[in-house]
Design a binder for this molecule. Structure first.
Ligand SMILES: Cc1ncc(COP(=O)(O)O)c(C=O)c1O
Length: 392
């Protein structure tokens, strides 16, 4: 067996799925905030585009993807960030952002060279590390802190460490904390990455999921302007358009880095089927459904944040994404999550996202608004009855 498999252990959230299944076995519904997979239907026009895209003869999709899809992605980037990108050289469709993140090092990492590590923030999405480890690289996690808004500050990292770095991954809006950053943050990160010859990669799969009244989060692409050298950004339709099951995303940025991925990817064979790509093109071309989804998540976010304020629970980040990030009263995230399970409320203990997540709880805004209300009622009743601590 590949030793990396045993070293990394199981996928960290898999244990929660098992626990949930055990609990759900008695048939009583659970209030499940643990897995970031929304339940809102995929808009009808996207489903129609998929069905209309079904060919009589189905052949292999190409790694470069349909021009129609690349153009739709470039069109969204233009509308959303006021940036023009070349759909032929700077846009690469992917089968969701996860596989793109996982496979990226296979196109940029020389495991026999000097620069073999990946910098990534913890608590964080584990795939930045996992992709590198499986590609023969080294994981170099950086502990993020609430005091500075969970920002991964490349400027604070010492030089020898930066000189060993092949790729630095940013992820804002951030999973699991929901923290956001501004344009200055990206400009500083880009400057530091360029000084040290690091590829700066930015996972922006939640960039469209923000409170409707807030300024939309920006992109690393905006900070890079016309010079996209050393920059790659991952986008996704999963959360933006309710398409987690379709597997449709994109890498956008430096044409040389995109060219390396194009060279790599026919070896892997992960391109989305062309009928999925046609549905993806329809989704990227429309912003109305995304605004509707933002309203739905905002309603749920508000229910949870109001409850947190009433119960005196400390909230951090939670400015965008569909995650709410709370300090676990008493400080033990696992103990608190287990106690909440007894109330049939399922949350993720922060340690599932790395050691720096200890003491925190992540709630994914997956249950319906009514489900959110029922869950906070159950939670509040447990606090009132003394079965759970409210605040420290
Ligand atoms: C931070 C982050 N990046 C990437 C992904 C992968 O998303 P997808 O592969 O569905 O685009 C997720 C999924 O939850 C995520 O939280």
């Amino acid at each position: 067996m590949n030793p990396v498999l045993t070293e990394l252990g199981g996928y960290p959230l898999a244990a929660y799925q098992d626990l949930k299944r055990e609990l759900a076995a008695d048939g009583t519904p659970l209030h499940d905030f643990s897995i970031g997979d929304p339940i809102e239907p995929t808009p009808q026009f996207i489903r129609d585009a998929l069905v209309d895209g079904l060919p009589e003869v189905s052949q292999y999709p190409t790694a470069v993807g349909l021009h129609e899809l690349r153009q739709a992605i470039a069109g969204w980037i233009e509308r959303r960030f006021k940036i023009g990108v070349d759909p032929d050289r700077e846009v690469l469709p992917t089968a969701g952002s996860k596989e793109a993140i996982f496979h990226l090092p296979l196109g940029v990492l020389d495991p026999r060279g000097e620069r073999t590590s990946v910098l990534w923030g913890t608590p964080g999405y584990p795939v930045y590390e996992r992709g590198f480890r499986f590609a023969g690289g080294i994981s170099d996690p950086v502990a993020l802190r609430p005091e500075n808004g969970w920002r991964l500050e490349l400027g604070e990292i010492d030089r020898p460490r930066l000189d060993r770095t092949c790729v630095a991954w940013l992820n804002y809006p951030h999973n699991p904390t929901g923290a956001v950053v501004d344009g200055d943050f990206y400009a500083d990160a880009l400057q530091a990455a360029r000084v040290h010859g690091i590829v700066l990669a930015s996972d922006e799969c939640y960039v469209d999921i923000h409170p409707p009244a807030a300024d939309p989060p920006g992109s690393l692409l905006q900070a890079a302007g016309d010079d996209r050298s050393g920059v790659l950004v991952a986008f996704s339709l999963s959360k933006r358009s309710g398409m987690t099951g379709y597997r449709c995303g994109a890498l956008v940025g430096d044409p040389d880095l995109i060219a390396a991925q194009r060279l790599l990817r026919p070896n892997i064979g992960t391109a989305s089927p062309e009928f999925v790509q046609r549905a993806g093109a329809a989704a990227w071309a429309d912003d109305v459904h995304v605004a509707q989804r933002r309203e739905i998540f905002d309603q749920k976010r508000t229910i949870l944040l109001e409850f947190a304020a009433e119960a005196g629970l400390q909230v951090s980040g939670s400015q965008a994404t569909f995650y709410v990030w709370l300090a676990a009263p008493g400080g033990d995230d696992l103990a608190y999550a287990r106690a909440l399970l007894a109330e049939r409320v399922v949350v993720s203990p922060g340690r599932a996202f790395g050691d720096a997540g200890r003491g925190w709880l992540r709630l994914a805004l997956v249950p319906s608004a009514d489900g959110c209300r029922a869950a906070v009622d159950a939670w509040a009743a447990a606090i009132a009855a003394g079965r759970l601590p409210g605040h420290d």
